[in-house]
Every structure is written in structure tokens, then in C-alpha cells.
Ligand binder design. Sequence first.
Ligand code: BGC
Length: 841
Amino acid sequence: MRLNRILTVLALAVFSFSAMNCEHEQQETSQTKQREMKASVDQQVDQLLSQLTLDEKLSMISGYKVYKVAGVPRLGIPEIKMTDGPIGTRNDGKSTAYPGDICLAASWDTELAHEFGVSQGRDGRARADHVILGPAMNIYRIPIDGRNSEYMGEDPFLTGTMASHEIQGIQSQGVVSTVKHYAANNQEEHRMTVSANVDERTLREIYLRGFQIAITQGHPWAVMCAYNKINDVYCSANRWLLTDVLKDEWDFPGLVMSDWGAVHDTLGPANAGLDIEMPGQEWFTPAKLKPLIDSGKISMPTIDDKIRRILRVEVSMGFINSDRKDASIPLDDPSSRATALKMAEEGIVLLKNRDGLLPLDTAKVKTVAVVGPNAEPAITGCGGSSYVDPYNPVSTLAGIQNEIGADRVEYVPASEKSQIDAVIAHSMYEPLDPNTQGIKAEYFANRDLSGSPVLIRQMKKIDQKWGRRRPPAANLPSNDFSARFTAKIRPPTDGTYLFSLSSHEGSRLFINGEQVIDMWSSHGNQQENVHRELKGGKVYDIRVDFFSNWPSCSVQFGWGPALPLIDEQAAEKIAKADAAVLCVGFNPQFESEGFDRTYALPQDQEKLIQKVEALNPHTIVVVNCGGNVAMANWIDNAAGLIQAWYPGEEGGRALAEIIFGKVNPSGKLPATFEKKWEDSPGYANYPGKNDEVSYKEGVFVGYRWFDAKGIVPRYPFGFGLSYTSFALSDLKIKHVKGHENELILSANVKNTGDRIGSDVIQFYVGQDQPTLPTPPRKLAGFARVELLPGQKKTVQFHVDASTLAYWHPNTKQWSTDSGGYHVWVGESSRDLPLTAPVEWR
Ligand code: BGC
């Protein structure tokens, strides 16, 4: 392997100078130990490898039973059992549901990231898992990415640093951590086929940088490659990505597996550096591999390298001849639960607090109205492969009831869900002719309703679910057909009616020939509801079109009288309460892997917020989402805004603690929240055309874009309110003794309020006259500090050449220019009171 020529960024909070020398000696001893261990691992690996037959080798590089990789029992090589990740071990039934990784990132707490890793590792050991498929660490490029909540925000330094600590926590428990999805999987729309077209500098500085930090500092044993292509080459077949950069430059000794179904060929991926195909049995099969091996197109050293990597992981992690199950760890582990609670307490972000309304005073508040669809049941995680079925999730309603007593809580569900369920189950249709059941369904053997239907059926309601094993008909595969449903309806009276359409895959609704809902694209579960004034007794034509190119798909439609979400009685309760906690946002149905979500809140939530705000001036809006949402229509009249993310199974308890002041909020945004979607750097180049998306914004991602363009965000990167206040002072810069080209920055932070609280001090750096177009500043360090009222602490940051480096596209190297720079220290990317020039020699 080539020598690692990448400089390592080490700009974390550091300790004293003498401690640095001592660290140096410790490092040397531990490096010697590591070399010895490596030699002994290599020896065992070689021994095992020499005893394997070709068939045994090939059986180890293609998964089976969805989450397993075969072992070789005669040699004590165990079958490898994997579990998703990244926010709880989800594959064996109920488990602890932790908050989404973006909530962890919002804590900026590296110790907590480690603790989270330890807890997941323990959960894995309780379930005999060898491998956890997490952390997920793609960059937040656009607010609507369906998986933002599984990732760690827009900054590669924050992402890489948090992930490194999490990885070390997971692996400290004897379970492999898998970083995913390598790389540039920044949208779910067309994720299986889209090509992220990104220049090398942008890849190196933004989209690969977090992975690089995680690989070189966290040392995960596994990497999962992404579904998408980069510059027109599938990640699973991308030799530059998997071998040149990851394995050679970064010296990654572990294994690379594919995402599930991300492989599209045998030869390309096998030679590119993909070690295991998952879920397997399609491309890396003996039948496909052997002829290529026989013809010399895939060499035996290439196969042996894959096996060596798999064995290296197994030997190093102690898997050989051992059982992963640790029966002493409970499945519903109180310590995991405590971690989940701490993550929510630290990661939930208070964004608005008009006139210090929060925290609500338990002694003074008589009643609180808890309103909205997300108040109950608990919203713990987003949808898709990360969703964990929790043991005892605490909803926001339950959390608040526990905090102040159920008798002081007025609950108003204001949820369209029950209404929608009812209309889907009980919609009435006019008979089309005496022999029909009301709805005529025509099925087409194509995705665009063309030609004559191959099947016609009659049905009473539109509530269909199809799958690979349950296609619409024997000759109609569930991933390749379209359907048209036609019916007539006759509303009983004049009035407002609700029409609800949900589908996994494309659908649209027409009333009397006019299209009123358009979801005509391939997507995961989406729902749209519209209201229409109809005349009683009049007959209206209904038409629902549907198509699928995904094996599990569904469509549901219903209509009926629209009932008010908040009736008069409920309105009175809300108006009389001392405050209204309004719980809105997305849920696993509307924000999920597999599709990108809407920017606006789903269903009629904007109207709901406006209504509640009009009823009660003390409305605190609590939002579940993985990224920013449209706020323009309701934020000005909200008294408070809490960014709850997907807060895991203890989220409701954490929210109540924050609302009533038991916990002082300390979460800080790991992504910029723009005023409107159009302000986002990715807006102009999303979702791309013909499966090509150009990352034309280049390295100007997140705050880098807003700072360079002078666009004022609604809430900047790194921002979050507290119930106390902090003051920063005394920025000092010193050269490290004996290391003239290294600096130590220090600053003081004081709690100037009257409550204990934690602050995240952020350190940014920028070059005065950069050689290439470069953002004004980038995050280069952070430190989370807890302070008693009046207490003062000093934080320190370390700067070396790598802190200032950029990727030079011509030399294809990291470079650091000598000359003028500035450093900034503050509480968000837009609140940087301490700054100083620095001259780099
Ligand atoms: C997801 C991965 C996940 C895998 C296995 C894929 O669809 O992208 O994140 O680990 O499924 O469940």
C-alpha cells in the first residue's frame, strides 16, 4: 500500500503544552504495540487464508439471508450477522430507539458520541450481532433529503469528528462499525441510479472529508458504498473511490460492502475494490465469478485481498471461534435508554423563545394545551431501514403529562389521520352500472397507462398494497405496471369535502377531469390531501392513476366530508391554556429513506399552526424533521420554536424537561436553516435531469455558501438558544514550543446568567486571499463546555498546516499557502465575537 500522504486534521480542543510531549511518548509506545498486534493478526489471517478452498472463499464475498455473510465452520470462521443501524439495532424486533444522528450532531458532544457507540455496541452484543450498519454520515446538501435525520449535518469536520467517536464506542464493545453511504449519497430521489457529478476538490473537501476523518481517526472496520454513481460510475464499481482513495491513500485495512442492491455487475465491482456484495447472491456468485477467474479477468490475488480483509476484521475483532452473544446485557437495557435520553436532552435545539416565555414555570402554569398530530403517539425516528421499533416510547404528550400531571394538560389531537383512515375505509361510490361495485380498476403492463388494459377488475375501495410475492396479477410484476381507477361520487349535501391520496410510487387524482393532486413520480410513501367545495346531489367523476417501478408499492384513496381539525370546544381549551405546545412535523411515513420529502410541513399543518397561534399567543411549535422546513407562513406569530428532530424513544421526556426547565437546552444546529428553500446552495441543482445532478455549488455547501453569498439564514449553522447567557473573551494565540508551525488558540467563556448551562464554542478559520474561490471561513474546532452560573473556563484549539489546508486540483494534493489568515471564535457561524489575524509561514 502507498504511504498515506494525507495530513490529519487535529484541530480539536487540546490540552497543555507539557501534556503534548507526554502524549507524544504515549503515541510512540502505542504505535509499537499496534505494529506488533498487526503482525500477529496478519499471521493468523495468512494461516486461515491458506486453508480455504475457492468455493469457501467465494461463499464469503456474497451475503445471504439478507443480513448475513457465510462462515467456514471447520476453521472456526463464524457466520457474520449484521444489523441496521445507524440509530439502534433494529433487526431482531424491539430495541432501544435512539434519536437520529443529526440530533447527536446537534449536541456537538464527542463524549456523548462515544457513549452512543458503546450503547449500540452493547445492544448489538445482546443480540449476537457482529456488525452494526452505522454511523451514516453523508453531508446535508439539501433540507429535504429523506435521510438527513440519519446523517450528521452539513459540515465535514463536525460529521467526521462525531462519527469517529461513535465508531470507537461501537467497536470498544467488540462489534464492527460500518460507515455509510460512501459517498455523495445526498438525495434519495433517484438514489439507485443518479450520478452525483462533483469535481474532485469538492469531493475531497466536502463529501469525502468526513469519511476521511472517520476512517483515519475512528478506524471503523467496515465501509458501505452508496447506491448512486459519482461522475457516472456506480460507487460499487468505482475503483478510484474504493481502492485509490479509501484503501490506498487512507490506508483502510477493513472491508467494503455494497449497499443492499447497489451492485449491477460482477467484473467492475470485483476489480474496483468491493469486497462483499449485499444482500448478495446476485453478482458475486460462484457461477458468475468462476468464469471470470478462469479467464484471468479477475485475478486470484484480487479475490484473496477480499478474503484477507474479511478475515482481518474477524481476527482483529475476536470473532474466530467465538460467540458474539452476551447474555448478561438486557435487550431492553436501562443504560441504553439513559443514553437515548441524554442524546435527546443535548441535541434538541431551542430556536425561538419570545420574551423568555420558556421555560414554563411549573408553579405558575395552570393548564397547558398539547396539540397536534405529533404529540401522540411518539415520533421516534424517520422511516426506512433505520427505523427501530422501541420498547416504551415516550410521546411528547406523555412527557408533559408526567412532568406536570395529566389533570393540567388539555390534549387536542388535531390530527387528520383518523379522518383519513375513515374516508379510505368508508368512501361511498355510485354504481357505475348495475353489475359493478363502484370502482373500475384497469391494469396496464407498462408504467404509463398506455395501450389496452391487460386486466380489469371491480372494487369497493382503493386501498391496495402490492409486493414481489403479491403482484397485481400473475403476469404483472409489482415493480412494472400502471393502474387507472375510475368511479363516480355523489356528495349528500353542499359542503367542503376532503380528498386524500397516498401512494408508494407515483399517483395522481382527477376530479371531473381536472388534476387536483400530482404525485406522478417514483417515490416512497407520500400523501396529499385536498379540500373541495362540492354540491349536494351532484355526480362527480373521480380518476386515480398509479404506476410502480418498485417491488413494494401501494395506493390508497378516500373522500368524505371535511371535519374541522379543531372544533369549538377544542378551540376554547387551547385559548384558555397558559401555553399551547403544538407538535407538528413529519413522521416515518412522510420522511424516510427512499424518497425526499416536501419542504413545507405535510398535510394541513401550516394552517393548523396559524389557527393555534391565533387562539393562543403563547404557542410553542415543536417540529419533528431531519432538516429545515418552510416557516415563512407561521414563524413570526410563534412564541417559541423547538427543533425536536427525531428524538428517539425518550424524546417526549426530554422535550418536557426542556419546556419546563429541568434541562437547559444546549443543542446547536449542525445545518444552516435558510429562510426559503430557494436560498439553499443545492436548490438550483436538484434533483438533476436524466439521472445526472451537478453539484455546481462546489465547495460552497451550507454556511460556506451563505457566508460567501451574503445570504442571511433564518437560523445559522451552530446556532441554538439557552436559558442562560455566555460571554466570550480573551482570545490568545501562541506558538507550540518546538513546533513553530503549530498554534494554540485559547479563549475564555463565562456563564453570565443564573442557570447552569452548556455552550458550544466554535472555532473557524479563513484565508485572507485564497488562491482558489474559497468560502470565507470553515469550522476547524469546537468544544462543548458546561458552566455553573458565574463560572468561567478556558477552551483551547490546535492549529497546524492541515487545519488550513485545501485540496489543490492541479497538484492533486492538500496544500497550505503561507500568508494571511483569520481565526474566529464564537457561538455560531454568524456570531463570532472573537477574531484575530494569523500569519502562516
Ligand atoms: C440502506 C442502508 C441499509 C441497508 C440494509 C439500504 O436500503 O440504504 O442504509 O443499511 O438497506 O437494510
